[in-house]
Design a protein around this ligand. Sequence first.
Ligand SMILES: Nc1ncnc2c1ncn2[C@@H]1O[C@H](COP(=O)(O)OP(=O)(O)OP(=O)(O)O)[C@@H](O)[C@H]1O
Length: 281
Amino acid sequence: MITEAKHEAAPPLLDVSHLDVVYRAKGFRRTPFRALTDVSISIDRGRTLGLVGESGSGKTTLGRAIVGLVPVASGSIRFEGEEISMLSTRRRRRLSRDIGVVFQDPYSSLNPAMTIEAILTEPLTAHGMSRRDASRRVGALLDSVQLAADSGRRLPREFSGGQRQRIAIARALALEPKLIVCDEPVSALDLSTQSKILDLFIDIQEQTGVSYLFVTHDLAVVRYISHDVAVMLGGEIIETGTGEIITSTPTHPYTQKLLLASPVPDPERQAARRREYMRLT
Ligand SMILES: Nc1ncnc2c1ncn2[C@@H]1O[C@H](COP(=O)(O)OP(=O)(O)OP(=O)(O)O)[C@@H](O)[C@H]1O
């Protein structure tokens, strides 16, 4: 008898559902503080979700909850279908192979006393790779972020901000993660360096199929890099949609206000302006 094969849709790579995070009362806060309320997002393989919102809206908290740095009060975080919000430290550690992180500040995120080779081999040897194999992999990692092969012998202070962010990206890539949480990774860089690093993120995604949760407060950055966008306000997701729609015709008044405050350049209008300029000169 011929039976019809059942094709169940694969779960999204990351599926966050009805997530609440509450920080304990501490310092000036005398009562517990609810930083995330009923947050739901999902990211498919090879896709980028831009997470946008003003300072204090909860973007970093969501990224930290996903990588296990902040405890979850309720709701779920599923990675490849497996619930990960309540894992033991040991299982979490194994998961840290699959979920990498790149932080905002390239100046404080690298240990100033370690050579670049030591920085890049550390996660590899911590996950059981021999020192010799790890050291061999450093060359490939430096190459993937377009840094010279002899960079391994140098210290972080010998590099510019953009180069340090390349090193931080190489470190995040070391264990071949499936998802990288990128927390404002370009906001400390000047504009021309920003666009080079964004292009690097895009190239790496095309080559490896990695997914990104890309936290930023800048709609222009989100437009450039994201397939999908979620907008946060006061610990809640208030609007989601494709990058193009959210950065051109958002429906929520708050997103419209964000867009007015930092208009996203329209590529067609820019091209028309360039053509007009060429005609006149
Ligand atoms: N460890 C903590 N304990 C208590 N409250 C915290 C803690 N970390 C963050 N918060 C509070 O949670 C809220 C969300 O902070 P979060 O850093 O997630 O926002 P954000 O959108 O990433 O802001 P920014 O862009 O400034 O980093 C803020 O009101 C912040 O003060």
